[in-house]
Write a protein that binds this ligand. Structure first.
Ligand SMILES: Nc1ncnc2c1ncn2[C@@H]1O[C@H](COP(=O)(O)OP(=O)(O)OP(=O)(O)O)[C@@H](O)[C@H]1O
Ligand SMILES: [Mg+2]
Length: 243
């Protein structure tokens, strides 16, 4: 019987981009449970975004198996429920936003899920309001600032009422106040998910376990424990190095 506490299971998954020498994701195995809020902090090029794209079926593994919601996903149609229930925030907002206006972009997902136009507009307005973006509905998407696009991209996912979030560097371009707002929003939603970020404070605030990735594999043996420490220095006012 399928273990219903597991949302995503990957077994020996490898993927190499066409023309590349190395696997971007290499023999990766992991399970992701329905209460997990996992952070990934890892160097550029270590395979984080590729992992998200494999989960969503945007690219297909060369080797290994992926099981989502207890079902093996292989064909395009297997990914339909995955894309309905898992909200992926793309690393680049421009990959997420393609409609002329904000409200059209936010309503696109609900319309695709079969909601009526009225319902889709209604839920989109509520989502924008929830994110404090109610004045953005009629703005031209491509004229938004980088940080504004980031929040609107998040709105396009939340309007689909996802049950899992995959957030690829959600804080890119956000000022510290907006970042604090995003932390509140994510903790209020309290959805299971995986968050990729290079920002220690942010990732600590919105996830429960943090791992790193290297050469296409998640290092599951070693959880990262990030902590702040306060200390005094004898010559604290002088410039000094921490080693
Ligand atoms: N479309 C592509 N075609 C060819 N190679 C790619 C492509 N996308 C990514 N790669 C390569 O695959 C590897 C993993 O890339 P990926 O984007 O998953 O890394 P990442 O951990 O998300 O990095 P970053 O922190 O910079 O976003 C890198 O070596 C990258 O150069
Ligand atoms: Mg990336």
């Amino acid at each position: 019987m399928a273990d219903e506490t597991i949302l995503i299971r990957m077994a020996g998954v490898s993927y190499k981009y066409p023309g590349s020498q190395l696997n971007a994701v290499d023999d990766l195995s992991m399970t992701f449970g329905k209460k997990d809020r996992i952070g990934l902090i890892a160097p550029n090029g270590s395979g984080k975004t590729t992992l998200f794209h494999l989960i969503m079926g945007l690219i297909k593994p060369d080797q290994g198996d992926i099981e989502i919601f207890g079902k093996k996903v292989v064909k395009e149609k297997d990914f339909i429920p995955v894309r309905q229930k898992i909200g992926l925030l793309f690393q680049d907002s421009d990959d997420q936003l393609f409609s002329p206006t904000v409200i059209e972009d936010v309503a696109f997902g609900p319309l695709n899920l079969g909601k009526s136009k009225e319902e889709a507009i209604d839920i989109s307005k509520r989502t924008l309001q929830f994110l404090g973006l109610e004045d953005f509905a009629d703005r031209i998407t491509f004229k938004l600032s980088g940080g504004e696009k980031r929040l609107v991209a998040l709105a396009t996912i939340l309007s689909m009422e996802p049950s899992v979030l995959l957030l690829d560097e959600p804080t890119t371009g956000l000022d510290s106040r907006t970042k604090a707002k995003l932390i509140d929003i994510l903790n209020h939603l309290s959805l299971p998910g995986i968050v990729i970020s290079h920002e220690y404070d942010f990732i600590t605030a919105v996830t429960d376990h943090i791992y790193t990735m290297e050469n296409g594999k998640i290092n599951l043996d070693e959880e990262l424990h990030i902590h702040k420490h306060h200390h005094v220095h004898q010559h604290g006012k002088q410039p000094h190095k921490h080693v």
